[in-house]
Ligand binder design. Structure first.
Ligand code: GEK
Length: 243
């Protein structure tokens, strides 16, 4: 795995992009930037299996290099399933394609290069959006979740994971402090942490857990749970009920 040292040297101010350089170090970057990432991906794969309905589709919106798809292939252990994995970064999808093992796994996962806001969604039993809604303009988030709700079969779920913020300033400072501790403990320098934070300014726009819950309700979800939380990261499961 290539080491992420993108922000180790002094940088000019340029916004963060999912380009070739980022794709090349993505696995190291995400593992050292998202607390509990491996646990999260493993459990999301198990949840996909748990909620998957025969002859339906699992969508992974913002799939990057395919960690969820690969974990799901292991979880399904040769059983039939269908997943559509979408990302707008060609370099991310190139890596995903290289990593997909030959055989049933390659046949089960369709890779789509495109914007998740334009991806047609239908006959879904599971829709996964991990750390990607946060990169959409705020104005576009409601419409995507409303489309997800419409595309889900009754009993189907949305699995939504996001970096989150707090409304209380002291709690916001606390979670930032613990997040920087986490990154320092994983070898990022103060310069790397601050330059990455600046690059993500106005690119990654976090919201509160409350704002996400309100959006789920507006989209039509009546049953949801915050199943995983680490200071500034939260994972929600929302189920479409049977009429
Ligand atoms: C994982 N889910 O490892 N349309 C399509 N893709 C997009 C868009 C968009 N509008 N905006 C951003 N992306 C993954 C991790 S990473 C999170 C997701 C991170 C893509 C972008 O190209 C990138 O691959 C992904 O969303 C976000 O389970 O790097 O913090």
């Amino acid at each position: 795995m290539s080491k992420d040292d993108i922000y180790a040297g002094s940088q000019g101010p340029s916004p963060f992009e999912f380009n070739e350089r980022v794709a090349a170090v993505f696995d190291d970057m995400i593992g050292r930037s998202v607390p509990g990432y491996r646990e999260l991906i493993g459990r999301l794969a198990q949840l996909c299996r748990y909620y998957y309905q025969p002859d339906s589709c699992i969508y992974d919106l913002g799939c990057s290099t395919g960690n969820l798809g690969l974990a799901l292939c292991r979880e399904m252990a040769g059983d039939t399933f269908r997943m559509v994995a979408v990302d707008s970064s060609r370099p991310m999808l190139d890596r995903y394609r290289e990593r997909l093992p030959e055989g049933s796994c390659r046949e089960s996962i369709e890779l789509v290069c495109g914007d998740i806001r334009e991806q047609p969604l239908q006959n879904a039993s599971v829709v996964v959006i991990t750390l990607t809604l946060q990169f959409l303009p705020l104005a576009d988030r409601d419409a995507l979740l409303a489309r997800v709700y419409r595309a889900l079969r009754p009993g189907g779920v949305l699995l939504l994971t996001e970096k989150i913020q707090q409304t209380d300033p002291a709690l916001e400072l606390l979670q930032q402090d613990f997040y920087y501790r986490f990154k320092k403990e994983r070898g990022y320098s103060e310069l790397e942490i601050s330059q990455k934070r600046e690059a993500l300014e106005n690119v990654l726009i976090p919201e509160t857990v409350g704002a996400h819950q309100r959006r789920l309700e507006e989209a039509g979800f009546r049953c949801y749970d915050l199943w995983f939380k680490w200071f500034s990261f939260a994972s929600l499961l929302a189920r479409k009920e049977t009429p």
